[in-house]
Write a protein that binds this ligand. Structure first.
Ligand SMILES: Cc1ncc(COP(=O)(O)O)c(C=O)c1O
Length: 415
C-alpha cells in the first residue's frame, strides 16, 4: 500500500519547511552585508557618482572572472539590454535565443526593435541546441543570446564555431549560472559579453541587480559603460549624450551588499552543488530523469530540474506537482512556466509599443513565427520538468527528504 499523500490528508514527507531563497532561511545575508551597508549609509553617498562601493564591486567581479570590463547595472534584464545596446542592431535585425529562459532575455531584444527568433533546446540538457541555432540563421541574424539554463553550461564550443562561421555576436545570459564552468572556463567569458543577475533568487543577491562583463579586445572601450549610462561619456568631462541609452546604474547600497555576497559566493555555490549531488544520488532508481549536465562542465544549480514521464503516471503532471508541494517540495512545473517564452502575450500577441505591434509589424521585420510547436522539444520540457528552488541553505538531510517526498508521490501515482 503506498503511504497516504499529504494532499489526501497524510503527513508530509518533509516535516519542516525547507530553507527558501525568499527569506533568511535560504539566504546568507548577515553581519558582512550590514557592515558594508553601514559604511555606505554613514558616507551619505548612495550613488556611484560620489561613493566607491560600485567601483569596488565591479573591480572584484572583474578579478573573479579574469576580465577587463565589468559594468554593474540594476538587474539581469538591464545587463542583457546593455549588451544589446552595445551591439546596436538595426530595427528588424534578428537575435536567436532559447524559449526556455526568463522574459528578461527577450525584453531587451524587443526594446531595441529587433526580432526574437527561437531556437529549440536539447532534450536532455534543455540548453539551446546548436543545430537548431544554425537552422534559424538568416541574413538578418545579428546575435545569439545563450542562456546557461538552471546553472548548466550550454555547448559554447559548438555555438562559438557557428557564430564565427556566420559572423554573429554572442551574449551569454549567466543569470542562472554564476561560477558555472565548461572545461575550466567560466560561463560569461566564452562569448563576446557575459550578463549576470543578482535578483533575490540568484546564487548571490543584491535584491535586484546585475553585471555585464567583457574582455578587452579592442572593441568595448568606454562604450559598454555608456550603454547603461544615458550614452554619456562622463570620463570626457562635461555633459554629452552620444546615443539613446537608459540609466541602469546600480546603487551604492546594492553594490555594498554585492561586495559582501561576492566574498561568500564560492562557498554558497559549493553548497548548492553538494546538496544537488546528494539529491541526484538519492534519485537513482526512481522513475525521474534529472536534467543532464554536459560532461566536462560544472553546473551550479540555480534550480534543480528533473523530468517526469507522464505516460507512466496515473494522473496529469500538474496533479503530481500539487502533491509534491503538499509533501513540502518547493517547486513548480516548467521554466519559464508550463509554456515556453514565445507563448506569452507580449510576444505571441505583440503586446509591445502602444497598439503598433512593433517590431513585428515593421516593414523591415521578417522571419518571426511564434506558432505552437515551433520548438517542440522545449514545449515538452516545459510540460514535464519539475523545477525545484535550490539554495545554499539545505542541511545534510534535506536532499534525502526531498527524494523521499518524490518517491512517495511517484509510488502513489504510478500507473
Ligand atoms: C535566465 C535569466 N535571464 C534573465 C533574467 C533577468 O534577470 P532580472 O530578473 O534580474 O532582470 C533572469 C532572472 O530571472 C534569468 O533567470
Amino acid at each position: 500500500m503506498p503511504a497516504q499523500l499529504a494532499i489526501d490528508g497524510g503527513s508530509p514527507a518533509i516535516g519542516e519547511r525547507l530553507p527558501s531563497i525568499r527569506d533568511a532561511s535560504g539566504r546568507s545575508l548577515g553581519a558582512e552585508e550590514m557592515e558594508q551597508l553601514r559604511e555606505v549609509i554613514e558616507s551619505g553617498s548612495l550613488s556611484f557618482l560620489y561613493g566607491g562601493k560600485t567601483q569596488e564591486f565591479e573591480t572584484a567581479f572583474a578579478e573573479l572572472y579574469g576580465v577587463e570590463h565589468a559594468v554593474s547595472v540594476s538587474s539581469g534584464t538591464a545587463a542583457l539590454h546593455t549588451a544589446l545596446l552595445y551591439l546596436n542592431p538595426e530595427p528588424g535585425d534578428e537575435v536567436i535565443l532559447s524559449p526556455i529562459t526568463d522574459m528578461g532575455t527577450a525584453i531587451p531584444i524587443l526594446s531595441q526593435l529587433a526580432i526574437p527568433v527561437f531556437a529549440d533546446v536539447d532534450r536532455d540538457t534543455q540548453a539551446i541546441d546548436p543545430r537548431s541555432i544554425e537552422e534559424k540563421i538568416t541574413d538578418r541574424t545579428r546575435a545569439i543570446i545563450v542562456t546557461h539554463i538552471y546553472g548548466n553550461p550550454a555547448d559554447m564550443d559548438a555555438i562559438m564555431a557557428i557564430a564565427a562561421r556566420h559572423d554573429l555576436f554572442v551574449i551569454e545570459d549567466c543569470a542562472q549560472a554564476l561560477l558555472a564552468t565548461d572545461k575550466g572556463r567560466l560561463c560569461g567569458t566564452m562569448g563576446d559579453i557575459g550578463c549576470f543577475s543578482f535578483q533575490q533568487s540568484k546564487h548571490m543577491t543584491t535584491g535586484d541587480g546585475g553585471m555585464v562583463i567583457a574582455r578587452e579586445d579592442g572593441r568595448f572601450g568606454r562604450r559598454l559603460r555608456q550603454c547603461a549610462d544615458k550614452g554619456w561619456p562622463r570620463d570626457q568631462g562635461g555633459r554629452n549624450h552620444l546615443f539613446l541609452a537608459p540609466n541602469y546604474h546600480m546603487t551604492e547600497l546594492q553594490a555594498a551588499v554585492g561586495l559582501a555576497q561576492l566574498r561568500k559566493l564560492p562557498g554558497m555555490v559549493e553548497r548548492r552543488i553538494h546538496s544537488a549531488g546528494q539529491l541526484t544520488a538519492a534519485l537513482q532508481g526512481l522513475d525521474v530523469e534529472p536534467v543532464r549536465i554536459r560532461e566536462g562542465t560544472t553546473g551550479t544549480f540555480f534550480f534543480y530540474g528533473f523530468r517526469l514521464f507522464p505516460e507512466r503516471l496515473g494522473v496529469p503532471v500538474p496533479q503530481v506537482m500539487k502533491a509534491l508541494q503538499a509533501e513540502g517540495v518547493d517547486g513548480f512545473i516548467g521554466y519559464p512556466g508550463p509554456i515556453p517564452l514565445y507563448k506569452y502575450p507580449v510576444i505571441r500577441d505583440h503586446k509591445t509599443f502602444g497598439n503598433s505591434g512593433w517590431p513585428f509589424t515593421l516593414a523591415c521585420a521578417r522571419n518571426w513565427n511564434y506558432a505552437d510547436a515551433i520548438c517542440p522539444v522545449a514545449e515538452q520540457a516545459c510540460r514535464e520538468t519539475v523545477c525545484m528552488w535550490w539554495t545554499e541553505g539545505f542541511s545534510q538531510e534535506q536532499p534525502q527528504q526531498i527524494a523521499a517526498a518524490i518517491a512517495k508521490v511517484l509510488d502513489a501515482y504510478r500507473r
